[in-house]
Design a protein around this ligand. Sequence first.
Ligand code: SF4
Length: 346
Amino acid sequence: MESTSIRNSYRILKANLFFTGLLSRKITIRKFWNIFVCTIAYLLKTKKSARAPFLLSLELWNECNAGCLFCRNEKGQVYNINPETPMVGSISKGKMPPDMAMEIIDQVKDDVLIAVLYTNGEPLLYQELGKVIRFATQRKVMTMIATNGLLFNEQNAREILEAGIDLIKIQLGGFTQDIYSIQIRYGHVEKLKENIRMLARLKKEINTPVLIMIDWITYNYNRHQIPLIRQFCDELGLLLSFRQGNPRGGLEDKEAPLPTTTLPMSCDWLWKAMQVNFNGEVLQCCEGVVWSNIEPYTTYKTGDRNIVSIWNGLAAQNTRQLMAAQGRKSMSICRQCQRAGVAFKW
Ligand code: SF4
């Protein structure tokens, strides 16, 4: 039965990803060691963590073609999740230069396990996506994207598969157009299904170990279609995962609200993962890209090549100390946050 919990630990996915990484020789003893040291640093709540994060998240571009209700308004303005400032108008949009993305990956290539090449935007809009993936693959860094899948075509799909991407997560919240379009303003589900079939075919044709996972966003209105998506994934040999949908943007009175209580446990992101926004701002985690007025650790500029020292720099140390001393109550961004463990949102 599908999970009704807001949080999904993605255990099966992580196990599969691990074997994919071994197969493609992107997982090394040094990377294991880095995960181990990050984990120990988190458990001991030390000011410094391992030499590098084991997860690197890059916001390549926060533009999107789908316009999901919970994410942005009809003008495409991204919602700000900081309740103390206006909901629209305070999250700026922009694109990370590919040289910056590649330079950051290059500095942590020996330690980082995976580079996550999206945060809030649609990665298929980023023309240099294949180039960045290929660069990471050549340096034995695993890569993944989460996409709405609507912009796939034979050319870009082939390009990123051949570049060596390890995981493609495709968001889906309806199997028929009437249900799909409740949450997604722009997009045709039949075209999306066609794209997914093409991707599954190309995976076989190219013979790549890439994992393709359908990420079913569960709402009350789409539960009855779960058997359909199960059958679809079984037929194509795709992974299927479930997580709770966010009702913001018009579904608040029909769907279960997201929890608002502050989680009692500390947060491991500060010791294990690094987020870089499109403009080079190095943030404590990916929540920061949609939280206005966040204080970045610093702003990275192409050519600085100091990402490792930022990771254990004073700003990062101070943030870890705050979390260690007072838990999530110490920062307003953390008070509302429901992330538990380094994984996708919910
Ligand atoms: S609690 Fe949430 S907002 Fe705070 S650092 Fe962790 S992931 Fe980020």
